[in-house]
Structure formats: structure tokens, C-alpha cells
Design a protein around this ligand. Structure first.
Ligand code: SF4
Length: 240
């Protein structure tokens, strides 16, 4: 994409949703950090179901440590990898009390030293709690960036560094939220909903998904092999 196209891409996403934010529910930077740690390989919705009752009573590292690993495990048992995550939540809470005066540190280096906290988690916390212009590349952002041509890359770090380079102001702070939401609700993994996509003309992905019930959709459904057979060159969507 050209610089003008990238600007237009974000301008349109921003127009549709001027104040995007994380869908994870949290009370303060500490509960945000816990929620993001719990969200690894889990949906935000599933994390919210588990944390809603937990965060009613637990809002600080001290309260989490007092609750203890067994009860934390019980509270999050509906989330994948709950055993490891319960251990990490207790260990990171102890580390915050011991090394950071019970506060969430605002530097990537210190965040990444905490148990269960990797680069993506640090990026989310830095962006959402500390308003830094970071780009937390998850599966949705990775897919959208590669499909559209916005910031193609073979791994999440390459995509993140590309986003660092190409995303202009005034969109840098919220870019990763717009991209996640776009990937989650429109540019879906199995079948992107191109027919209702606000950036369809800027995106290089082909073939675009036609509107269900339209003539194009009907002809594709009637003859699934037709496009490849007609042209002789089937184009594989580059879905990660
Ligand atoms: S046009 Fe389709 S593939 Fe491209 S960004 Fe929109 S939904 Fe995704």
C-alpha cells in the first residue's frame, strides 16, 4: 500500500469506530495485566466470564496472592491453560509486590521479566494502560496485515516492526485496536466479509468474498471449482 492508502485505511476504520479499546474487562493496570496474561490462546469473551467475578474481590497483587493459587485456578478453570496461567498470575503478583511496589511497571523490559508476560502482552499493557504507541500483533492483526498488504511479514515480530514504520499519526495509538476489531468482526479467518468491508478498495486480497445471496455468491456456490478451472490459476488466500 502507498502512504496515502495506509492513511485512508486507518481514516476509514477510525471513522467507523472513533474510540476503540480492548474488549477485555479490567479495573486498573494490574487487572488489565492479569486479563491479558489470561487471554493467551483464549478469547476475550471467555476471559471476561472468568474475571468478572474474580475482579469484584481481587484488584491488587496482594489480594491475588492472599487468594492463593488453588482458588485462582478454580476461578479461571474455564480458560485454556488454566494451570500454567494460575501459577503465572500468582508469580507475577509476587514479583510486582517484591520488585515494583505493587505497581505495574511502565517499561517493556520490566514487563517482559514478569512470569507469563511476553512481547505481545507487554505491548497491550503499554498501549492500553500507559498510552504508548505500541502494536500488539495477535492472530487477527497478523492475518489482516498480510491479507491487505498493509504490513506483510512472515512472523508477528516482522509485522509489528512493519506497522511501526508505516502507521501514520494520528492513528498510531489506536491502530492495533482497529486492526484487531477489523480482523475479529469483518476480516474473519475462515471467510472475510469483504462485501461489508470499509477498506475493500484498498485491500489487495483476492478473491473478495461476495455478499451472501448475491449473483456472484450464487455462482461461486454453484460451481466451487469454476474460478480455478476458468482461469487455470487458483489463488490461495494467504490466511495464517
Ligand atoms: S476486503 Fe476482505 S480481505 Fe480485504 S480487509 Fe476487507 S474483509 Fe479483509
Amino acid at each position: 500500500m502507498t502512504r496515502e492508502q495506509v492513511f485512508e485505511f486507518f481514516r476509514r476504520l477510525a471513522e467507523e469506530n472513533p474510540s476503540p479499546t480492548t474488549e477485555l474487562e479490567y479495573e486498573n493496570p494490574y487487572t488489565l495485566l492479569v486479563a491479558v496474561v489470561l487471554s493467551a490462546q483464549a478469547t476475550d469473551a471467555s476471559v471476561n466470564i472468568a474475571t468478572r467475578p474474580l475482579f469484584e474481590h481481587v484488584k491488587t497483587p496482594e489480594q491475588m496472592v492472599s487468594l492463593g493459587e488453588t482458588k485462582v485456578r478454580d476461578a479461571i478453570k474455564t480458560i485454556g491453560l488454566f494451570n500454567t496461567k494460575a501459577k503465572n498470575v500468582i508469580a507475577l503478583s509476587e514479583a510486582l509486590i517484591r520488585d515494583h511496589g505493587s505497581k505495574v511497571p511502565g517499561s517493556r523490559e520490566e514487563l517482559e521479566k514478569l512470569p507469563g508476560v511476553g512481547r505481545k502482552t507487554a505491548n497491550v499493557v503499554l498501549n492500553t494502560a500507559f498510552h504508548e504507541e505500541t502494536f500488539a500483533v495477535d492472530t487477527h492483526i497478523f492475518r489482516v496485515c498480510n491479507r491487505t498488504g498493509l504490513a506483510p511479514g512472515k512472523d508477528v515480530l516482522k509485522v509489528e516492526l512493519k506497522l511501526e514504520k508505516v502507521v501514520p499519526q494520528p492513528f498510531r495509538l489506536n491502530a492495533h485496536h482497529w486492526l484487531i476489531l477489523h480482523g475479529r468482526y469483518i476480516c474473519k479467518a475462515r471467510k472475510p466479509e469483504c462485501w461489508r468491508c470499509p477498506v475493500i478498495d484498498l485491500c489487495r486480497y483476492k478473491p473478495k468474498t461476495p455478499e451472501p445471496g448475491s449473483k456472484a455468491s450464487a455462482s461461486r456456490n454453484a460451481s466451487p471449482r469454476s474460478s480455478a478451472v476458468r482461469t487455470g490459476k487458483a489463488q490461495k488466500p494467504r490466511t495464517p
